[in-house]
Design a protein around this ligand. Structure first.
Ligand code: SF4
Length: 284
């Protein structure tokens, strides 16, 4: 199964997004998908281009709106493996409302945030993930806001799968995307994806020096939500690996009356003219 297509990404050389593209392609093959079984929905930003760079169904949505589209897709066609992807600006600024509600809704899809802590496509402005004091064209004296902690938000919102990885660790990233695809519910994966052109603070070297891998923490238990929150706070959100997973919660589409067996795409929606007229009359 080949999830590569012949479109050459126009990301800057060295951009972390290349690894995320490769990890999605490898993970999709490793879990045994065919290209026609995978749909990728993206938002706007450098990261948003990813839906065009993978041999699968692709939908390049509008800014911050990948998740409503992805959730609709999964509800319509339960047989598709649905993946949403976008940047930290896309998911944690304009799209934050959708992110929180998609997490707590727990529809069976995987959401990958390509977190570079800056707006790259618009040439380098402070994002919700930029650290305090971070200087860009939009905050020349340094950001005075507190950086968002996506892992804490995800856990607090009731996430059933929370993971974090780093573009430089392709093996771990691929394994986490595979686990996310196989998780029966909403899988949230934040990926540190350095913007080599505009973010000169959170570089590959900076992450290598500061990241704590969960494999280095003995007795870590990803089913323990309190332990997960504690470790996130202790490491200032700089830990990687599978942070939390709850396999006991039923995913949203399996609870909605009328959708339990099949999505809309498989349902017989034919209605009689009489019923149709009755339905329309309720709206006029
Ligand atoms: Fe990647 Fe930054 Fe270049 Fe965008 S501007 S493609 S995020 S390196």
């Amino acid at each position: 199964k080949d999830f590569r297509n012949n479109i050459k990404p126009n990301w800057c050389p060295g951009c972390g997004d290349f690894s995320i593209q490769a990890a999605i392609q490898r993970a999709s093959a490793n879990v045994g998908l065919e290209p026609e079984q995978l749909a990728i929905v993206s938002g706007i930003g450098c990261s948003g281009r990813i839906s065009g760079y993978i041999n699968a169904y692709g939908f390049h949505g509008v800014h911050g709106r990948s998740l409503p589209i992805a959730q609709g897709l999964k509800m319509a066609n339960r047989e598709l493996t649905v993946l949403a992807a976008g940047g930290d600006g896309d998911g944690f600024a304009i799209g934050m409302g959708h992110t929180v509600h998609a997490i707590r809704r727990n529809i069976d899809l995987t959401y990958i945030v390509m977190d570079n802590q800056i707006y790259g496509l618009t040439k380098g402005q402070t994002s919700p993930r930029s650290s305090e004091g971070f200087k860009t064209k939009s905050t020349p004296a340094g950001s005075i806001e507190t950086a968002l902690s996506p892992l804490e938000v995800a856990l607090a919102a009731g996430a059933t799968f929370v993971a974090q990885s780093f573009s430089s660790n392709l093996k771990q990233l691929t394994a986490l995307i595979e686990a996310g695809m196989q998780h029966k519910g909403f899988a949230f994966i934040n990926v540190f994806s350095p913007c080599v052109t505009f973010n000169k603070v959170n570089t590959y070297d900076w992450f290598k020096e500061n990241i704590v891998d969960l494999e280095e923490i003995p007795d870590y238990d990803p089913s323990n939500r309190v332990m997960a929150m504690t470790k996130i706070m202790e490491t200032n959100g700089l830990l990687t690996g599978l942070i939390y997973q709850n396999t006991s919660k039923t995913s949203y589409e399996n609870l909605v009356p009328g959708f339990k067996e099949e999505g809309l795409a498989k349902q017989n929606l034919k209605i009689s003219q009489e019923d149709f007229n009755k339905l329309v009359s309720e709206f006029i």
